[in-house]
Ligand binder design. Structure first.
Ligand SMILES: NC(=O)c1ccc[n+]([C@@H]2O[C@H](COP(=O)([O-])OP(=O)(O)OC[C@H]3O[C@@H](n4cnc5c(N)ncnc54)[C@H](OP(=O)(O)O)[C@@H]3O)[C@@H](O)[C@H]2O)c1
Length: 253
């Protein structure tokens, strides 16, 4: 096997949450380009249909399932749909996430909990449901953020806490499942990539952070997808419990 063959995902089945917009669309397409069939989950099913068309345009099969990752039953339904369509799940990409920016003294319990419910709890419900059917050689990738490692000038207690907690969840699931079940669990920590989430920032915010980006520009989603394929595939076979930071250098400035 050549080193590039290790990155191929032919015959594998992936689940991508949050595949209705932004980074998740690129993940689904990239997984299909590497050879995987893809099950897509998010709440906006019309947008999922568009992502499914992108997967099919790469010659792979796609199934789209309306999913709210804050609901454990909805997470189980997504995994059940993947099993019904493809008979296996090899890769889970826990990408669904919501942003928040509330000054700490004004943030309500509901606002705080709603972010934790999706960004942290949703990843756990999905991981539990997927790991129950995954075979040895499978891979779970949790999409955290550089905001799990540093701050970036906004009041983001809920978001930062959820993304930092996800790194702890990643380590713990790796130690529970890698040896016993042959499932690797890793986290990807993106820096700044333009998406619907970053479009919500106030005008000038992204530009105010650009001095911290050593690479001198925002990330291209395909650069993140390349790192995802490494973690998802046999190329990353000996990597587990780790956080791969893809941020053009933000987190070291
Ligand atoms: N863009 C960046 O610079 C950046 C940097 C660091 C980390 N990230 C992380 O990357 C991930 C993707 O973000 P993005 O930038 O691509 O933002 P985005 O375009 O807003 O995408 C967020 C995705 O999450 C889904 N989602 C939200 N709540 C959900 C729920 N309850 N159940 C199921 N799906 C849900 C959304 O779909 P529906 O609304 O259709 O449900 C959407 O597909 C997030 O975890 C984010 O924290 C992004």
């Amino acid at each position: 096997m050549s080193v590039l063959d290790r990155f191929r995902l032919d015959g594998r089945v992936a689940i991508v949450t949050g595949a209705s917009s932004g980074i998740g669309v690129g993940f689904a397409r990239g997984l299909a380009q590497a050879g995987a069939d893809v099950t897509l989950g998010a709440r906006r099913t019309d947008r999922l249909a568009a992502t499914a068309a992108l997967v099919e345009a790469e010659g792979r099969r796609a199934v789209a399932v309306g999913t709210d990752v804050a609901d454990p039953e909805s997470c189980r339904n997504l995994v059940t749909a993947a099993m019904a369509a493809f008979g296996r799940v090899d890769i889970l990409v826990n990408n669904a996430g919501v942003g928040s920016a509330h000054p700490a003294l004004r943030e309500t319990p509901e606002q705080f909990r709603s972010v934790i419910d999706v960004n942290l709890n949703g990843c756990y419900w999905m991981a539990q449901a997927a790991a129950a059917v995954m075979r040895p050689g499978s891979s779970i990738i949790n999409i955290s953020s550089v905001l799990g490692l540093t701050t970036a000038g906004l009041p983001q207690a809920a978001y930062s806490a959820s993304k930092a907690a996800l790194l702890g969840l990643t380590r713990d699931l790796a130690q529970q499942w890698t040896g016993r079940r042959g499932i690797r669990v890793n986290a990807l920590a993106p820096g700044f990539f333009k998406s619907e989430m970053t479009d919500q920032y106030r005008p000038g915010y992204l530009e105010s952070q650009s001095a911290r980006i050593l690479a001198g520009r925002f990330g291209d989603p395909e650069e993140l997808t390349a790192a995802l394929i490494f973690l998802a595939s046999d190329a990353g076979d000996y990597v587990t419990g780790q956080t791969l930071v893809v941020d053009g250098g933000v987190s070291i400035t």
